[in-house]
Design a protein around this ligand. Structure first.
Ligand SMILES: [Zn+2]
Length: 143
């Protein structure tokens, strides 16, 4: 597996992030700074950059992993929607953030504001608890 020493995503996987899902191609879990309950990142197991960096096998499996993970998050959190964020400026390692958005989140706090205001919603203990519920849900669904 290709790991880049100065990559925060590679380091997090290597150092044992709270894991929700893992196989030879994909990891899903909590990234440092994004400890909002229900927020899970899905990232390539190897260091590759941007959506265009995926190889054919990764591209073929990304969609099914994304759908299963989104469904598990939505079920556990009872979210109205699961937002997907993929910027890549802060950490170029290919990953997407899945962020469940509750039905009662005010309109002015939605969309990009939800990501920008993440400090308001961070709760390390609750994030780990919800991640374990999502992991159990995924396992039950036999991804
Ligand atoms: Zn990396």
């Amino acid at each position: 597996m290709s790991v880049q020493a100065d990559c925060i995503v590679c380091q997090t996987v290597r150092d044992g992030q709270p894991v929700v899902y893992s196989d030879e191609l994909w990891h899903a879990g909590i990234l440092p700074g994004l400890e909002v309950p229900g927020w899970i990142t899905l990232q390539a197991a190897r260091h590759t950059e941007q959506v265009t960096g995926m190889n054919a096998e990764e591209a073929a499996t990304f969609g099914p992993r994304l759908v299963a993970l989104s469904q598990a998050i939505k079920t556990v959190t009872h979210a109205e929607r699961v937002y997907l964020y993929a910027f890549g400026d802060g950490a170029p390692h290919w990953h997407v953030l899945l962020a469940p958005r509750a039905a009662d989140l005010p309109e002015e706090a939605r969309h990009g504001h939800y990501f920008d205001d993440r400090e308001r919603y961070r709760d390390q203990e609750q994030a780990v608890l919800v991640a374990s519920e999502i992991r159990d849900r995924l396992a039950a669904a036999a991804l």
